[in-house]
Design a protein around this ligand. Structure first.
Ligand code: FAD
Length: 287
C-alpha cells in the first residue's frame, strides 16, 4: 500500500522505526526484533538506511521481510555518498521487492568531509526528483521543526523544504521533538508557505537519559524543563527511565492527536517492548 492512501484517510495512524544491523552477525537479532514489532500490526514500519548504527546493506531485505509479515514498509534511502547509477540500482531493487514507499534523504556529511565538495547529489530534493522520474513510488522527505543544524535561518530551511516538496514529496516526517508547541508552530509556518502535504510527527520514547542529552546537545533539540527533570531523576536507572520515557512519549502523542496531528511515527529503535507498551497505552485511542 502507498502511504499517501493511508494519510489521505486522515485517520489516526501509528508506525514504528527499525534500523538494520551493523554486520551479518546481528542480522538475526534485528530480524527477530523487527518481526516482533511487525506482529503489533502497526500502520507501517520504516527501515533506516545507514543510520543509528546500521549499514545500508540490509535496508531492502529488512523492508522486504516486513511485507512478508503483512506490514507496509517505508524504506529510507540516502544520496549524499551515492552515485546516480547506484541509486538507480537500488530503486530497481526496491521495486523488484514490492516496496512502494521511500523516505528520500540526503544523509549527514561525513566527519572531516568538505560540505561544499562536488558530489553527484548535493541535496535530498535531487534524490526526490530522480525517484519521481523513475516513477510509481510514494515519496517522503525529512523535515525539522527546530530547523536543520546546517541552516542558519528557519526561513531558508522552509524555503528549501518547499523546493523538496515541489520536487515530488507526498509527505514529510519530522525529526524528534520534545515540546509539541514547536511542532504546532512549525506546521503553522509551513502551511503559511504553501507546504500542504501530510506531516508525520516523529516521537522518540527516551530510554537512555545520558544518550539523549548528548544527542540533543549535538542536534540542538530543545529539552523542556519537565523533560530534563525526568532525565535528571531517572537517567541512571534504566528501567525507571524507560517507564518515564514511554509515559512522556505517550502524553506527547495523545496531545498531538487531540490537536489534529493524526500520523504518529515512533522511533522505536529495534525495541519491541517499547513499541508494544506505546501501542498498549493508545489501544483505545488509535485502533
Ligand atoms: P536536505 O533536505 O537536503 O537538507 C539538508 C540541508 O540543506 C538543510 O539545512 C537544508 O535547508 C539545506 N538545503 C536544502 N536544499 C538546499 C539548496 N538548494 N541550497 C542550499 N541549502 C539547501 N540519515 C541517514 O543516514 N539514514 C536515515 O535513514 C535517516 N533517516 C532520517 C529520518 C528522518 C525523519 C530525519 C528527520 C532524518 C533522517 N536522517 C537519516 C538524517 C538526515 O540524513 C540528516 O538530517 C541530513 O543532514 C539531512 O537530510 P535531509 O534529507 O533533510 O537533507
Amino acid at each position: 500500500m502507498k502511504l499517501s492512501t493511508l494519510f489521505a484517510s486522515k485517520k489516526p495512524s501509528l508506525s514504528f522505526e527499525v534500523f538494520p544491523p551493523k554486520s551479518s552477525d546481528s542480522f538475526e537479532s534485528v530480524r527477530q526484533a523487527t518481526e516482533e514489532i511487525a506482529a503489533l500490526s502497526p500502520h507501517f514500519m520504516s527501515v533506516t538506511y545507514g543510520a543509528g548504527g546500521g549499514t545500508s546493506d540490509y535496508t531492502v531485505s529488512i523492508a522486504a521481510n516486513l511485507l512478508q509479515h503483512g506490514v507496509t514498509p517505508l524504506a529510507h534511502l540516502t544520496c549524499l555518498s551515492s552515485s546516480k547509477e547506484k541509486i538507480k540500482e537500488l530503486l530497481s531493487d526496491l521495486k523488484a521487492n514490492g516496496i512502494e514507499n521511500i523516505l528520500a534523504l540526503r544523509g549527514d556529511i561525513p566527519q572531516g568531509e568538505d560540505a561544499g565538495a562536488k558530489r553527484e547529489y548535493q541535496y535530498a530534493s535531487e534524490l526526490v526528483a530522480d525517484i519521481k522520474k523513475y516513477g510509481d513510488f510514494c515519496i517522503g522527505g525529512a523535515c525539522y521543526p527546530e530547523g536543520h543544524t546546517e541552516s542558519v535561518h528557519t526561513a531558508d530551511d522552509i524555503r528549501h523544504l518547499k523546493e523538496k516538496v515541489m520536487a515530488g514529496c507526498d509527505f514529510l516526517t519530522t525529526q524528534m521533538f520534545f515540546d509539541n508547541n514547536i511542532l504546532y508552530n512549525f506546521l503553522y509556518k509551513i502551511r503559511e508557505q504553501g507546504i500542504t502535504v501530510p506531516v508525520v510527527a516523529g516521537i522518540m520514547p527516551v530510554t537512555n537519559g545520558k544518550q539523549i542529552k548528548r544527542i540533543c546537545a549535538l542536534s540542538g533539540t530543545y529539552l523542556p524543563q519537565r523533560f530534563k527533570s525526568i532525565v535528571d531523576t531517572f537517567g541512571d536507572n534504566p528501567e525507571a527511565m524507560k517507564q518515564a520515557g514511554i509515559a512522556y512519549a505517550t502524553e506527547q502523542i495523545i496531545d498531538l492527536l487531540a490537536n489534529g496531528v493524526n500520523a504518529i511515527h515512533v522511533y522505536s529503535m529495534n525495541k519491541p517492548d517499547v513499541a508494544r507498551k506505546i501501542q498498549e497505552n493508545l489501544s483505545q485511542i488509535i485502533k
